[in-house]
Design a binder for this molecule. Structure first.
Ligand code: XMP
Length: 525
């Protein structure tokens, strides 16, 4: 087996804005392992993690606001390379005796930055003039003693500084944002030139590390994993399968609410790619009858969550019985928890949950399993790369986010077998056309929604028709917390509309949702 490398993390201190996760991702894109820590962590606890470098993130506050998180100056005495960004840059300047002032000169968005001398330190090999992305009210007026000013902008006399001897650096702008022209280069200069790190954290390492870790945790025990059709459970299962082979059994509860072809992807393609042992519980009828007469979306979610747990427990009982006869109890349960879930639940400052996001993977609290969570340190795009490297089908690895309760929350009105069939057809057409146009990567997801309780008038053939509208909701997003509607080409929209109204009986109108989030959520229910 390949030897696993253990990686000292680059720690990103989260000052409460949305930027910390982006910074951590960019560091990983540079093939350096990074983790996010909350800003209230003590210097001692921070150093106990043996960081290879530290990055102070941006934040929403002014350093002078009441309760604004400060940075303890002891952090800068430890000899660990530190890069301050935006708020982190100002907090650093203030802690080290520099001058930060509220000048009223706010800078927001693309801003011209000019170097004060030759390109050097973290700005090395980048142009003397460049566009950077700013978002600040306060600015650093004077750098702390011993710091060299590297650059300035119209609203920030000190836009970047460095004290290379002390391994301390900072920028007022956001290098992690793609609109900063040389942002990634600045981060890499910090990581490689100033902090002396080696870009040796790769997907291959992740697979080796996780395989070793799973084997160590599980030993010869038996493991169970629920598959949902989504990327996370598929990649988690594939990793565990790679590590412990037939000790794993996957359970797929087919609730009949998936899109066209998705059940087959799990039952046929995933099994073919991994050789995993799969137990399928065909439960479409059970879910349909439990949903009969229900129109309220939250009630739908609760019913689906409840039935899912029951179906999973029944499947589990069958497997436990089998396992018991073989003398090996099932002790472990695989979950596809991702790094953003870990960060958000640990931070305690996450945004309010607007819908009860019952993931259909959520399991009862009284289950006596030890959890195996091989994706706990990974971001979604990294999970996709790992999945591809493990040989999973592209349809699974590149699948857009899809809600656990499935098509049930894309039918506005009661869920029936006929309506599911109709929506499945419309959705398959829309997805097929999007893929043929080569635009899958341009959208975050594209819910196709059936307004089952609305009858609209149309003319089809010789007479008037009464059909249901279908809504297309293509959105672009970074994290599903906010979203904007995607400007898909008109001819693509026309093709989707023509095909749906021609090919799907019962639909005589296709409409486009042009609402951003907020105020509109991505799903209609
Ligand atoms: P909203 O509609 O709240 O959706 O803007 C944000 C993201 O969450 C997905 N979503 C769900 N996922 N169970 C899930 O597992 C749910 O009940 C659920 N509701 C919404 C949605 O598809 C989007 O990606």
């Amino acid at each position: 087996m390949t030897q696993t490398v253990s990686h000292r993390p680059v720690l990103v201190i989260d000052y409460g804005a949305q930027y910390a996760q982006l910074i951590a991702r960019r560091v990983r894109e540079a093939n350096v392992y990074s983790e996010i820590v909350p800003h209230h962590i003590s210097v001692e606890a921070l150093l106990a993690k043996d960081p290879a470098a530290i990055i102070l993130s941006g934040g929403p506050s002014s350093v002078y606001a009441e309760g604004a998180p400060a940075v303890n100056a002891e952090l800068f005495e430890a000899g660990v390379p530190v890069l301050g960004i935006c708020y982190g840059f100002q907090a650093m300047a203030k802690a080290l005796g520099g001058e930060v002032a509220r000048t009223g000169l706010r800078e927001y968005g693309a801003t011209a930055m000019t170097m004060t001398g030759a390109a050097r330190s973290i700005l090395s090999t980048t142009p003397a003039q460049q566009n950077v992305w700013m978002s600040h009210g306060d600015s650093v007026q004077a750098a702390p003693e011993g710091f060299e000013v590297l650059a300035s902008t119209a609203g920030a006399p000190v836009a970047a500084f460095a004290a290379p001897g002390r391994r301390l650096f900072g920028v007022q702008w956001h290098p992690e944002v793609k609109h900063s022209d040389f942002g990634q280069k600045v981060l890499e200069n910090f990581l490689f030139e100033e902090a002396g790190l080696t870009p040796d954290w790769t997907t291959g390492n992740v697979i080796e590390e996780q395989t070793a870790r799973i084997r160590e945790q599980v030993g010869s025990g038996r493991v169970i994993c629920g598959l949902s059709g989504g990327v996370d459970s598929a990649v988690a299962a594939a990793l565990v399968q790679r590590a412990v082979g037939d000790q794993l059994t996957c359970v797929f509860v087919d609730h009949g609410l998936l899109r066209e072809g998705e059940a087959e992807q799990v039952e046929r393609d995933f099994v073919a790619a991994t050789g995993v042992k799969l137990y399928v519980a065909r439960e479409a009828d059970r879910f349909l009858s439990a949903l009969s007469g229900v129109t309220d979306p939250e009630t739908k979610r609760k019913i689906i969550g409840r039935e899912f747990i029951r179906a999973f427990e029944e499947a589990e009982r069958v497997l436990i019985e089998e396992a018991g006869q073989a003398g090996e109890p099932i002790r472990f349960l695989v979950q596809g928890t991702l790094y953003p879930d870990v960060v958000e639940s640990g931070g305690g400052e996450g945004a309010a949950n607007i819908k009860s996001h019952h993931n259909v993977g959520g399991l009862p609290e009284d289950m006596q399993f030890e959890l195996v969570e091989p994706l706990r340190t990974l971001f979604k795009d990294e999970v996709r790369t790992v999945g591809a490297e493990l040989g999973l089908p592209a349809e699974i690895v590149q699948r857009h986010p899809f809600p656990g309760p499935g098509l049930a929350i894309r039918i506005v009105g009661e869920v029936t077998a006929e309506r599911l069939e109709l929506l499945r057809k419309a959705d398959a057409i829309a997805r097929h056309e999007l893929t043929s146009a080569g635009l899958d990567h341009e959208v975050w997801q594209m819910p196709v929604v059936l307004l089952a309780d609305v009858h609209s008038v149309g003319v089809q053939g010789d007479g008037r028709s009464y059909g249901h509208p279908i809504v297309l909701r293509p959105v672009f997003s970074e994290d599903a917390m906010t979203a904007n509607w995607s400007r898909l080409p008109y001819d693509l929209l026309a093709r989707i509309s023509n095909r749906i109204t021609n090919e799907v009986e019962g639909v005589n109108r296709v409409v486009l949702d042009v609402t951003s989030k907020p105020p509109g959520t991505i799903e209609w229910e």
